[in-house]
Write a new protein. Structure first.
Length: 259
């Protein structure tokens, strides 16, 4: 499964759920607030900007936002909300595509780095973030913690969610750190709609090593956007990585003679 095939016109049409799910104010609001603070008055770049769930309200807060997006249908959905002048977007993948300009903040939210299915691509994503940032700039990643403790010994699948009309089943390949999410949606008939999304899951310590390879230091890690402590029981994390600041310039000795 290629990512551009997964995020097609149908997926883009169904992605936005205003006021609910990932668009709920209690989820989206703290994310936008934190990112606006981290931008510190500078420009921000969103990897996998999608339909603009985060970018549009962040731009409305006065943060100049640019995006990189692989899916043209997702970008078309974004363009129904804001124009190119308001939120410019470069078509391409987040591991290698370069956007013009320099940024104080690069961010990648809602587990999307796991859409890159190899460790090498994920490392390149960090390096791509680094090449866009000014000294002292930050790269923010929101990511789930792999839930292998829920995987029974000898079994390769877990039921992650079960509710009326919806069932989420994850199947694991633990040798290659791959998981495929199977989304079953029922409409009251004898048939169901199935959507599958593949991921490569990443442990927090592995993510930190990827950051080091790209020249980042881990600045903070919290369990969510509100700053809750990250613990062994946390199901996800918001990790902020920072590039080293610019070296201080030594004072230039005066060439004037003393009197």
């Amino acid at each position: 499964m290629q990512q551009q095939d997964i995020w097609d016109a149908d997926a883009a049409q169904r992605y936005d759920t205003p006021g609910t799910g990932m668009f709920a104010p209690e989820i989206l609001g703290p994310a936008v607030d934190r990112l606006a603070r981290l931008a510190g008055g500078g420009a921000a770049l969103e990897f996998a900007i999608g339909t603009g769930r985060v970018a549009v309200p962040l731009a409305e807060r006065g943060v100049p936002v640019t995006g990189i997006e692989l899916s043209r249908p997702m970008l078309e959905r974004l363009r129904t909300k804001v124009d190119e002048a308001t939120v410019p977007v470069v078509i391409g993948d987040m591991a290698t595509t370069v956007a013009p300009g320099e940024y104080r903040l690069v961010y990648l939210v809602y587990n999307t780095i796991a859409n890159l299915l190899t460790q090498a691509e994920q490392v390149e994503c960090f390096r791509n973030a680094a090449r866009h940032l000014v000294p002292g700039g930050r790269f923010v990643i929101e990511l789930w913690v792999p839930e292998l403790r829920r995987l029974p010994p000898g079994q390769a699948a877990t039921v992650m969610r079960s509710e009326p009309g919806y069932l989420l089943l994850d199947t694991y390949d633990v040798l290659h750190q791959q998981v495929v999410s199977h989304h079953f949606r029922f409409d009251g008939t004898r048939t169901a709609r199935l959507d599958r999304t593949p991921h490569r899951y990443i442990w927090p310590a592995e993510l930190d090593l990827m950051a080091q390879l790209a020249g980042f230091d881990l600045e903070t890690r919290h369990a969510d956007w509100t700053g809750a402590p990250f613990t062994a029981e946390s199901g996800s994390h918001v990790s902020v990585y920072r590039m080293p600041p610019a070296p201080a310039h030594p004072a230039v000795p005066s060439t004037e003679s003393g009197r």
